[in-house]
Design a protein around this ligand. Structure first.
Ligand code: BGC
Length: 344
């Protein structure tokens, strides 16, 4: 009788592991992942969509025997505040930290706190400099390669110019007059995206004339402001707007709309991210193209890494670059393939 009981119990156990693909702790209970997520600014559209995706990915770990909770803190643009928030997250018992630095050159206090308490950190989206990431073995980065996004934006713009010629080069002078809307100074994505997009256009034989640029810190309202000023200076001479992200491309469009400028004289707009509103602008043909900043892929990579860290296994299945970095590829989006991205 007793033997049968053991046999049945063992069989049930094997079956449940097979069915769920579960990873259990030694005691057979599900492992606890308490993720402390510190964001530079929750009003940033891309960051809020990324953290939403992270929440979903963490919930999905349940099927692997990991019960995850997420505590989110918003530093609202202050590194001081973020340092304090990371301390609170550690005091509240978080066993993995996901940190989106306010100042990517100033992570030392956070790294010291994490190391003293032996809580690993997955930095994301705002990349610390390499020397800082080398400070301790429990530090990782999940993000994407800025250069690739700039090159892809340049390719999208080049294609539109080559295919639609006069629709972009409205004054038909053989030169594309353009302006740039830039993200925060010092952010790894801002300058590189602009440089690479412009270099790519030039390498495709397109003649360019830069009329102006504005720093709008990734923000739609600031971009509207900058664009209104640039329209004031250059009127209908602007043929192309390269924005470092979708939010700023949308802000530029707001400026045109609010000034009641006729659509026939609008420039062609390109963004980066593929946020919900960005994708909608492509569906509506208001924006010509964007580059997908794979938030679901980044969120999944963070959740899997966090699970491997607390389970103490599975790290060998993760393909790191330089043992610490995970970069998710960007993808080009136009009217032709936007549908594929709408339900992600
Ligand atoms: C995104 C921006 C976002 C920024 C925040 C960039 O990678 O493209 O939309 O505002 O990260 O750090």
């Amino acid at each position: 009788m007793k033997r049968n009981y053991y046999f049945a119990a063992a069989a049930a156990c094997v079956l449940s592991v097979l069915l769920s693909g579960c990873q259990r702790t030694d005691s057979g209970e599900s492992a606890r992942l308490q993720a402390g997520v510190a964001c530079y600014n929750q009003s940033d559209v891309f960051i809020s969509e990324l953290t939403e995706a992270l929440r979903e990915e963490l919930e999905g770990l349940e099927s692997r025997g990991v019960t995850a909770t997420l505590t989110l803190k918003d530093a609202a643009g202050s590194q001081r505040t973020q340092d304090d928030q990371v301390k609170e997250l550690i005091d509240e018992g978080c066993n993995v930290l996901c940190v989106n630095l306010v100042d990517r050159t100033d992570p030392s206090e956070i790294i010291d706190l994490a190391r003293e308490n032996d809580v690993p950190i997955i930095f994301f989206n705002r990349e610390p400099v390499a020397e800082d990431l080398m400070q301790w073995s429990g530090l990782y980065y999940v993000g994407a390669d800025a250069e690739q996004s700039g090159i892809m934006q340049g390719q999208l713009a080049a294609q539109a110019i080559q295919e639609e010629g006069n629709l972009v080069d409205r004054n038909r002078d053989g030169v594309i007059q353009y302006v740039v809307l830039e993200g925060e100074a010092g952010h790894q994505d801002a300058i590189i995206r602009t440089e690479k997009a412009v270099d790519t256009l030039k390498s495709q034989g397109i003649s360019l004339e830069k009329l102006s640029y504005g720093v709008a810190n990734w923000n739609r309202a600031q971009a509207e402001n900058r664009m209104t000023q640039m329209i004031g200076e250059h009127q209908n001479r602007i043929e192309l707007v390269l924005a470092n992200n979708d939010a700023m491309a949308l802000g530029a469009m707001d400026a045109y709309r609010k000034l009641n400028i006729t659509e026939a004289t609008f420039p062609v707009f390109f963004g980066i991210d593929g946020t919900r509103e960005g994708l909608q602008a492509i569906v509506d043909s208001r924006m010509a193209g964007t580059v997908y900043n794979d938030k679901e892929g980044q969120a999944k990579a963070m959740a899997e890494l966090a699970a491997a860290l607390i389970l103490g296994e599975g790290m060998e299945d993760i393909s790191f670059e330089k043992e610490k970095y995970l970069y998710l590829p960007y993808e080009k989006i136009t009217r032709d393939n936007v549908e594929e991205y709408l339900d992600r």
